[in-house]
Ligand binder design. Structure first.
Ligand code: GUN
Length: 294
């Protein structure tokens, strides 16, 4: 694929929703046949603490996807005053339960609970989020492990749009453990030249406007403006923000202006979000297969 725009055509808007539904269609067929073969469906347990509207909505999306593809889903809801010890005990019980393939603790957690302690308590072969230090290390060492859902979904989207990654300048804005760092590593593994920009980066626009592939994972509404984007770039918007004026969901990218400059762009909602959930389904299947075949 060439990153050259002809005339002043608008970018192609790449639908994560469409790709996710294609992948989920294939997963449904595969899971139905495996369920028959092994006598039980894959089983994902989601732990939701409190009633943060964002978290509740994410968990509902996960429940819906499980239902679509034939994964058994159990959501365990706990009050926000659950102690760290009680949560760790619940994880131990689920770790030992041979009918459970995947455990996902919805983040963020209340302040009195140390998220890193909780994540590290999940069995590595049930860590469908790929957040356990062992799985994170496996990614950085290029060893077998579970890759976290959003970065994996972003690479799948780039492949789907036919975007050649090798040799391209990629810039990731954001250095979180969940998105920025792992997606940068995956892009590097595909032989892109990767820059990670962040809140202390100087001359940000000068750096981002060199990027053939620009991944925005900053968590600030419409942070990426057209002047920060190279003509013909592929722009992936990972942001999930609330527009304070309209109350609607919006991304990290000023979509209306950047669409005029990019060659391919994802939208919020309907871009990276559905891919994250779809990769969670894939990761749950991967854990299930490991349990069934071991
Ligand atoms: N909260 C927001 N995104 C995620 C995610 O991918 N996994 C978990 N566990 N919590 C989240």
């Amino acid at each position: 694929m060439y990153f050259v725009k002809v005339g002043d055509k608008m970018a192609v808007v790449v639908s994560g929703k469409t790709l996710a539904s294609q992948i989920k269609g294939n997963l449904t067929i595969k899971i139905a046949s495996l369920t028959k073969k092994y006598g039980r469906a894959p089983h994902l347990v989601v732990i939701l603490i409190g009633d943060d509207p964002g978290s509740v909505s994410y968990v509902k999306g996960k429940e819906k996807a499980c239902l679509e593809v034939g994964i058994k889903n159990t959501t365990i809801r706990k009050a926000p005053d659950i102690s760290e010890a009680q949560l760790l005990q619940l994880i131990t019980t689920l770790n030992e339960d041979t009918t459970v393939d995947g455990i996902l603790v919805q983040l963020p957690l209340p302040k009195h609970i140390a998220a890193d302690k909780v994540i590290a308590a999940i069995r590595i072969d049930k860590d469908v989020d790929g957040f356990h230090p062992h799985n994170v290390a496996a990614l950085y060492l290029k060893q077998q492990g579970i890759i976290s859902c959003t970065p994996k979904g972003i690479i799948a989207l780039l492949d789907y749009m036919g975007c050649e990654i090798e040799g391209k300048n990629a810039c990731v804005i954001g250095r979180s453990n969940i998105v920025g760092m792992p997606v940068a590593k995956l892009l590097l593994d595909r032989n892109a030249t990767v820059t990670i920009a962040h809140s202390r980066t100087k001359n940000l626009a000068a750096i981002t406007s060199q990027a053939d592939i620009l991944v925005a994972a900053v968590g600030k509404p419409r942070f990426v403006t057209a002047d920060m984007v190279k003509e013909g770039a592929v722009v992936i918007d990972v942001g999930v923000n609330r527009d304070l004026n309209t109350g609607k969901l919006c991304g990290d990218v000023d979509f209306i202006e950047v669409e005029k400059k990019a060659s391919y762009i994802t939208k919020v909602p309907g871009g990276v979000g559905p891919m994250t959930i779809c990769c969670l389904m894939e990761n749950t299947l991967e854990c299930y297969l490991k349990h069934m075949e071991d």
